[in-house]
Design a protein around this ligand. Sequence first.
Ligand code: HEC
Ligand code: HEC
Length: 240
Amino acid sequence: MRITKTLVVFAAVGTLISAYSLASEDKGNAANGKNIFEQGKGAVPACNSCHGATGGGDDSMGTPRLAGQGYAFIVKQLNDFANDKRMDTTMFTMNTNAKGLSEEDRRDVAAYVNSLATPDVASDMNQVKDLGNQVGVRYLGKAIATYGAPDREIPACHSCHGFNGRGAAPIYPRLANQRYVYLVNQLKKWRDGSRANDLMGQMRKVAKNMSDEDIYNVAAFLTSAPLTTVGNSRLPPAAH
Ligand code: HEC
Ligand code: HEC
């Protein structure tokens, strides 16, 4: 019984991994991606008008950092938007934007944003507060990221997203240095199911038992979570 179950899980994971490696076979043309990012294409506006000149995201617009977010992950998100598997309920723009790009354009722009350097610290918490957002307590969020809250069946973010949420490509995106407002919005969307493009419902299960406070706290930690540890200055391998 147990063996059968394990085999089924292996088979499912194998299928997922091959879906991802197919997506990463074509690495995209970053030069064409740069043009799209800076100038837009046809009716699709320039990505930098909302995601910032260096792809660092913007808390006042609720946009995420795209820089260094991982090629295969960005391609998946753009395809999900294009196929209405993920709905942009923040600005109602990403579904139209992604549909306006060909599949090759999506790979090209993903290659470009993935090549941009990740900023050290994403959100300015004073600005976040001034924008009218509730701000969490960083050290409480660090505990959730590292250990989860087993009494409430919230797993450690660490276990899938890597140390301090620094990402485990190709499936698990980097949360460290992501924009605070974006992190909060996504966690609430996973919780109420309005974002449902996660593999095997993984994130919906994680967010299901999180309170608003848990969400603010973990986002407060992750937005400024260091990617390296004391005594180990090695960065995680580049996200492909
Ligand atoms: C009018 C503003 C706007 C423009 C222009 C725009 N975006 Fe976005 N983008 C957003 C918002 C808002 C979100 C967050 C949606 C949500 O909360 O679900 C987002 C989310 C994304 C995500 C999801 C990232 C993640 O970590 O899951 C990707 C990828 C993305 N945008 C790529 C692009 C690309 C590529 C372009 C240019 C072709 C672009 N965007 C242009 C507003 C914009
Ligand atoms: C069981 C594995 C797993 C665990 C544990 C987990 N996540 Fe995730 N998470 C995922 C997957 C898979 C995705 C990507 C979904 C997709 O393809 O869109 C994701 C995506 C996200 C995103 C969206 C990022 C983006 O750029 O769009 C956020 C935010 C997030 N997770 C936060 C968390 C937090 C906070 C925790 C800890 C409380 C956590 N996750 C724990 C699997 C996990």
